[in-house]
Design a binder for this molecule. Structure first.
Ligand code: ZN
Length: 246
């Protein structure tokens, strides 16, 4: 009996092993292709140049858009390299949990590059916020009648020295500012996370929960593509020159 069953068992085990191996190779191949596509695509090449470059080569990647692009309601809130795009799946983000806003990297030290209000609206800084402001726009300029929120973060040093302008101390609530008002300066604060982030502004457009409060910005589904608001294509799948659309 044993002699009869032993080869069957071995063959079955071999088939299972082969199937697992095939699945593993498929998964590894998929990950490798995704990685190559991300690294070798235009956004990946630009990021590599920024990472490797000196101040001069980095300057060529910087977008400066102090006035709103033609037909667009918002200004770009900081000068810099728009290195992580909206819906970006690259690390530390993923395809299932992509980037909820844009990251504008500064060609400067922390605390130097100004951050401006992208639109008119009411600024709030929760009492515990070290590096973040949120701005309420009662009327979405592209979809009148709905309220949206603009979120600006990483405006502090690595060790938590805030770079937010003195006009917005912790606990600030509903302070009206006009588009272009100085909000603070970019930094590399990342909470208590040990992960290093380069000096940048994270900027996102956040949906209202329908009762006058902002939703959780960390959920991609709660955010909007900033492209039509900036008049600039910043969606990961479509971004090109990172300047005003013609
Ligand atoms: Zn970000």
């Amino acid at each position: 009996m044993e002699l009869h069953f032993a080869p069957m068992f071995t063959r079955r085990r071999l088939i299972v092993i082969l199937i697992l191996l095939a699945l593993f190779l498929l998964a590894a191949g998929y990950l490798a292709l995704t990685f190559l596509r991300q690294v070798r695509g235009p956004a990946g090449r630009r990021f590599f140049t920024w990472w490797q470059g000196n101040e001069a080569t980095r300057a060529a990647l910087v977008t400066v858009q102090r006035e709103a692009c033609p037909g667009a309601p918002f200004i770009l809130p900081a000068d810099g390299f728009i290195g992580l795009l909206y819906a970006d799946p690259r690390g530390p983000y993923s395809a299932s949990s992509p980037h909820q806003g844009i990251d504008i990297f500064s060609n400067s030290e922390p605390g130097v590059t100004p951050v401006y209000a992208a639109a008119d609206g009411y600024v709030t800084r929760e009492p515990s916020w070290v590096s973040s402001l949120i701005q309420r726009l009662p009327d979405d300029p592209l979809q009148p009648g709905r309220q949206i929120w603009l979120y600006y973060t990483h405006m502090a040093s690595r060790d938590g020295e805030s770079f937010i302008a003195a006009a917005f101390p912790p606990g600030t609530s509903e302070l009206f500012v006009e588009q272009g008002t100085l909000l603070g300066y970019t930094g590399d604060y990342n909470g208590n996370s040990p992960r290093t982030v380069w000096t940048h502004l994270h900027f996102s457009i956040v949906r209202d929960d329908g009762s006058g409060h902002y939703t959780n910005e960390l959920e991609f589904a709660n955010t909007l593509d900033p492209s039509p608001y900036l008049g600039m294509e910043v969606h990961y799948e479509r971004a090109g020159e990172l300047s005003c659309k013609q």
